[in-house]
Design a protein around this ligand. Structure first.
Ligand code: HSE
Length: 309
């Protein structure tokens, strides 16, 4: 096989209480990559569509090509690779756009090398591309985009990534206001230290969310979807954040918050009908604030990136 097409899903990182350590994948939208092995050595970005001409074609700057180069270095191969990237995720949205491109490219190159590495072993190569994209090699988008499901990054040194055995059936609403927020910028606004009180609150919520997901305790999931570290600062970028969060809960959501570094908001609900109603609430709120938005409802995607051609 010399050519393969892969789709990799959007992801919700942080999930309120798990800054840089929790994330899950959704069914849509997905970035797509067509990867072809060539006789000319070197990794090249052949084309990018769907980005409005804004992403770099330079191989050392694009997350897909950086990830593939890191993979080839690791397996000590120097074959030529041409990458066609079909962007379906909006840039700077907080839905793991750069991560999805890297995850799709990695699953593609790995398929062309007979799955020489496991999905978990691909994570470090995708993290390299996050470093290029925003200056921080966090794994809470790339890991769920590669592995699917709900993922916990228990540690970074050494990397210890766990796919959480969730029992809860959840529907995720994503509402993306047409604002762009660079992850790099929304990381810079965070304080470098937190208080002991906040550490205790955040740890309690993270542990509560894990137990809730594994024991199908929806009330506990709802109570645990709180962030006292990033959200109080980042929510200032989202007009009427506190108000719309309350409206989502009134509409039946278990909880809601900022997806990744924002400005997309996510909500979790127990059924599709509620998740769609919450999407309407979020869209109406953004419209009231003169912002167009897109919304998506999906279950948690359990498989991650997949070969589609
Ligand atoms: N955990 C990262 C952050 C995710 O919040 O900055 C970026 O999408």
């Amino acid at each position: 096989m010399k050519k393969v097409k892969v789709a990799a899903p959007a992801t919700v990182a942080n999930v309120c209480c798990g800054f840089d350590i929790l994330g899950f994948a959704v069914d849509a939208p997905c970035d797509e990559v067509v990867l072809t092995l060539t006789d000319t050595p070197g990794v090249t970005m052949k084309s990018i569509t769907g980005d409005g001409g804004r992403l770099p074609l330079e191989a050392g700057k694009n997350t897909a090509s950086v990830a593939v180069q890191s993979y080839l270095n690791a397996i000590q191969e120097s074959t030529g690779v041409a990458i066609e990237l079909i962007k379906k995720l909006p840039l700077g949205s907080g839905m793991g756009s750069s991560a999805a491109s890297a995850a799709a490219a990695l699953v593609a190159i790995n398929a062309l090398f007979d799955d020489r590495l496991s999905r978990s072993e691909l994570i470090v190569h995708a993290m390299e591309s996050e470093r290029i994209a925003c200056g921080s090699a966090h794994a809470d988008n790339v890991a769920p985009s590669l592995l699917g499901g709900f993922v916990l990054v228990r540690g970074y040194a050494p990397l210890d990534v766990i796919k959480v055995p969730i029992k809860a059936k959840l529907f995720c609403t994503l509402a993306h206001p047409h604002l762009e927020l660079k992850t790099e910028d929304s990381r810079k606004v965070l304080k470098p230290t937190i208080s002991l009180k906040d550490a205790i609150t955040q740890n309690g919520n993270t542990a509560g969310l894990m137990v809730g997901l594994m024991s199908e305790d929806y009330e506990l999931i709802g109570r645990s979807l709180q962030d006292v570290i990033a959200e109080p600062i980042r929510s200032l970028f989202i007009p009427g954040f506190d108000q719309v969060r309350n409206l989502c809960k009134e509409a039946g959501a278990l909880g809601c918050g900022i997806s990744g570094s924002g400005p997309t908001m996510f909500a979790l609900s127990k059924d599709q009908h509620t998740a769609e109603k919450v999407g309407q609430v979020l869209k109406a709120h953004f419209a009231k604030n003169n912002l167009n938005s897109d919304s998506h409802v999906s279950q948690i995607n359990l498989d991650g990136a997949k070969i589609i051609g």
